[in-house]
Design a protein around this ligand. Structure first.
Ligand code: NAP
Ligand code: ZN
Length: 350
């Protein structure tokens, strides 16, 4: 297959820094859209993946799954997009389209979904490469439309941080009478607060960081509970319908389980791996409380979210960086020093 060589930023090994490299993009196929990348958000998953935290990374890896860009070319079979459109690509670039999950708009749970980076490329003999690059070629069914009224840089984080919190909020029917709590104020956490607030819920932030209180209130939280303060934790026992836990590393879920109301659900979206310490079943049994997980969202649900953001004028609070600043951004993300999502201005790579 013919390919086009483009500039990208990636890493050849778990202990190497990210640096400039060349990658191949496939030539346009009949249903393909070629996108000139304008902005790409920086997710904590990019860092986990670049450093092989999940033990599954194949190198080299070019991260980035919060992509906003302009259409520069379309295949003859493309009907939804034309040259010049402002579009987005999130965490998924393909799936089987025939399994039950695909038929139900849950492509993220398709056994053979293709991740935007690090997945098996269906066309080239490599893994897929993400949005830390000049351009990308994606089949039109996995390309999303960006509302015209929104700032394109601020939209980028909606594609992962937004949809990852939106999908559980919708699945667990969050609305006007809901009491929602969010654990951790980072990229996912700040979008969760904005979205739960826009859905009309009463929103609480659990944070280790007292210095984030004012920001959380401005983002739409009604209260902030400092998770290391036992008295504050005691004050919210048996309280929440849904908790969205965005913390990226192993931590004790038990104190949060106790703050769920009867029939409440704690949805883990942040940490992937075995729990430590173990879960205490007493509150689950005595209060029919549940612990669940959730993965990004399907294509239709992501478009629903983009349209919701357009209608409610919601974008991410971002710090715009140059591609060359990515290694510093990762170090700051590890210290939870992000207000509240880094977004790469891809003009810096061109
Ligand atoms: P982030 O911007 O780094 O935010 C994480 C927040 O968690 C921090 O700001 C911090 O908030 C809190 N935290 C608590 N303990 C921490 C610790 N030991 N180290 C660092 N932070 C800690 O990360 P993100 O981009 O929101 O991503 C969060 C997690 O979600 C990552 O693990 C990512 O891989 C995962 N993720 C999952 C999905 C999915 O589909 N399920 C999708 C995207 C990302 P406070 O200072 O307020 O405590
Ligand atoms: Zn992500």
């Amino acid at each position: 297959m013919k390919t086009k060589n483009v500039k990208a930023y990636g890493t050849p090994a778990p202990d190497a820094i990210l640096s400039q490299m060349d990658i191949d993009r496939r030539s346009i196929q009949p249903k393909d859209v070629e996108i000139d990348i304008l902005f790409c958000g920086v997710c904590h998953s990019d860092l986990h993946f670049a450093r092989n935290d999940w033990g599954m990374t194949q190198y080299p890896v070019v991260p980035g799954h919060e992509i906003v860009g302009r259409v520069t070319n379309v295949g003859p079979g493309v009907s939804k997009y034309k040259v010049g459109d402002l579009v987005a690509v999130g965490c998924l670039v393909d799936s089987c389209k025939s399994c039950n999950n695909c038929k139900n708009d849950l492509e993220q749970y398709c056994p053979t979904w293709v991740a935007t980076y690090g997945g098996p490329d269906k066309y080239l003999d490599t893994t897929t490469h993400g949005g830390y690059s000049e351009s990308v070629v994606v089949t039109e069914d996995f390309v999303l439309s960006v509302p015209k009224n929104l700032d394109p840089a601020g939209v980028a984080p909606v594609l992962c941080a937004g949809i990852t919190t939106w999908s559980p909020l919708r699945h667990w029917n969050v609305g006007k009478d809901s009491k929602v709590a969010v654990v951790g104020l980072g990229g996912l956490g700040h979008m969760a607060i904005k979205l739960a607030d826009a859905l009309g819920a009463h929103v609480t932030l659990f944070s280790r960081s007292p210095n984030k209180t004012q920001d959380a209130l401005k983002l739409g939280a009604d209260q902030v509970i400092i998770s290391t303060d036992e008295q504050q934790m005691e004050s919210v026992q048996n309280n929440f319908d849904v908790i969205i836990d965005t913390v990226p590393y192993a931590h004790d879920l038990n104190p949060y389980l106790n703050t769920l109301a009867t029939n409440g659900t704690l949805v883990v979206v942040g940490y992937l791996g075995p729990l430590d310490p173990m879960l205490m079943t007493v509150p689950m049994i005595m209060g029919r409380k549940a612990v669940a997980g959730s993965l990004i969202g399907g294509i239709a649900e992501t478009q629903e979210l983009l349209d919701f953001c357009g209608k409610h004028n919601i974008t991410s609070d971002i710090e715009l960086i140059k591609m060359q600043d990515i290694n510093t951004a990762y170090e700051r993300m590890l210290k939870s020093d992000v207000h509240y999502r880094f977004v790469i201005d891809m003009a810096s790579l061109k």
